[in-house]
Write a new protein. Structure first.
Length: 201
């Protein structure tokens, strides 16, 4: 689930998956107040699930003659024309210079929301993740489903059944994103109606 500057969590309160997890509904506001204002262009975007909070921010590119390579001095600052090496250098500088602060913020957020924190940046439309949590998911599949995975492995699309399963989940998510978002919206509305309903029945 993605959050902008403000957002609400989704899911069914009291469900077994989230029974012991703090509500992340105010996470966007908390990070907005906790993150240094000069890290990103605009507010960070949060993607939250039961295991992890992913913090993404747009990284500013060089825009002054002092910051840009000498060969570009005097040109108008066009992000599309900033050399790839300059972008990579800016990302590396941000990652290293903010590491201690990001670790501290992540520890505070994990204590508050009970989830790991991952960091990444977007630069001119490109998404670069610094850290990401890989969570094992156990499932039982019957032979027709196993054959799908084995076909992907035999064709060289995936290295293993687990890799093939991750690939199919990613593919399904890409093609069903609009439907999944509608489903999340519907779940949020149910949560809101439940919260507004009578307490004592």
């Amino acid at each position: 689930m993605k959050y902008g500057h403000r957002g609400r969590g989704f899911g069914r309160p009291g469900g077994w998956q989230q029974a012991d997890l703090p509500d992340p509904a105010d996470a966007a506001d908390w990070f907005a107040g906790r993150l240094p204002s000069d890290w990103f262009e605009g507010p960070a975007t949060l993607e939250i699930d039961r295991d992890e909070i992913v913090v993404l921010g747009e990284l500013p590119l060089p825009s002054t003659e002092a910051e840009r390579p000498a060969a570009e001095a005097g040109d108008d600052a066009d992000p599309a024309e900033v050399p790839q090496a300059t972008r990579e250098g800016r990302i590396a500088r941000f990652r290293e210079s903010t590491r201690p602060a990001r670790m501290q913020i992540a520890a505070e957020a994990q204590h508050r929301y009970g989830r790991s924190v991952a960091w990444g940046v977007t630069v001119n439309g490109e998404r670069i993740m610094f850290t990401h949590l890989a969570v094992p998911v156990m499932t039982r599949l019957r032979q027709p489903e196993r054959k799908v995975l084995d076909t992907l492995v035999d064709a060289g699309v995936a290295r293993s059944r687990s890799d093939a399963l991750a690939w199919t989940v990613k593919l399904a998510g890409q093609h069903a994103e609009s439907w999944l978002e509608e489903l999340r919206d519907a779940m949020r509305k149910v949560d809101e109606l439940r919260a507004e309903g009578p307490r004592d029945l």
